[in-house]
Design a protein around this ligand. Structure first.
Ligand code: IMP
Length: 178
């Protein structure tokens, strides 16, 4: 382990995550009752959440990926959202759920919802692992939310700081100064 690696503190542990993901999977299963759903996983941060969530959904599921950048490598949003990679499969007339890691200012998801709407899905909902209400600048309805959190920069379970910590099985935060 390199000298500059700091073990993040636990904010939400593995068991708590598993319980919420399980509950959201059940809710989605009931809401769509035997219809096919298309999950659009927002890379890279949402891929761990999406992988766990899709295995708790007892429906025919198709999986798509999008990738967009707004944060660069730092802690603060640049205010710009760039779509780096679009979906490849059909979305038109489908029940679509965007799966996001965290809604912070709401800028990313607002842009993404607009982009996906242009593809005329039958329905469009949003699932997010985390939501920071104190930071919201662009209101977006989150249909399936696992956890609301305080204004802390979090890592783990797919979320990174400068490309690191995605592999942690829990959601943690870095202490000030680290
Ligand atoms: P927004 O556009 O401000 O809502 O930012 C959303 C994106 O910023 C997320 O998809 C994350 O990639 C990143 N982000 C925001 N807050 C955090 C955090 O606490 N930890 C890690 N990434 C974050």
């Amino acid at each position: 382990m390199s000298m500059d690696y700091y073990q993040p503190e636990v904010l939400i542990n593995e068991d708590e995550i598993a319980k919420r993901v399980n509950a959201l999977g059940k809710e989605i299963t009931q809401d769509y009752a035997n219809e096919e759903v298309v999950l659009i996983c927002v890379l890279k941060g949402a891929y761990v959440f999406c992988a766990d969530l899709m295995r708790k959904i007892n429906l025919p599921v198709r999986l798509e990926f999008v990738s967009c950048s707004s944060y660069g490598d730092g802690l603060y949003s640049s205010g710009r959202v760039k779509v780096e990679m679009d979906v490849t499969g059909p979305i038109e007339n489908c029940h679509v759920i965007i799966v996001e890691d965290i809604v912070d200012t709401g800028l990313t998801i607002k842009n993404l919802v607009e982009l996906i709407q242009l593809k005329s899905p039958k329905s469009l909902k949003l699932a997010s692992l985390l939501y920071k209400p104190s930071r919201t600048r662009h209101e977006t309805k989150i249909d399936y939310l696992a956890f609301e959190i305080d204004d802390k920069f979090v890592v783990g379970y797919g979320l990174d700081y400068a490309g690191r910590y995605r592999e942690l099985p829990y959601i943690g935060f870095l202490n000030a100064g680290h």
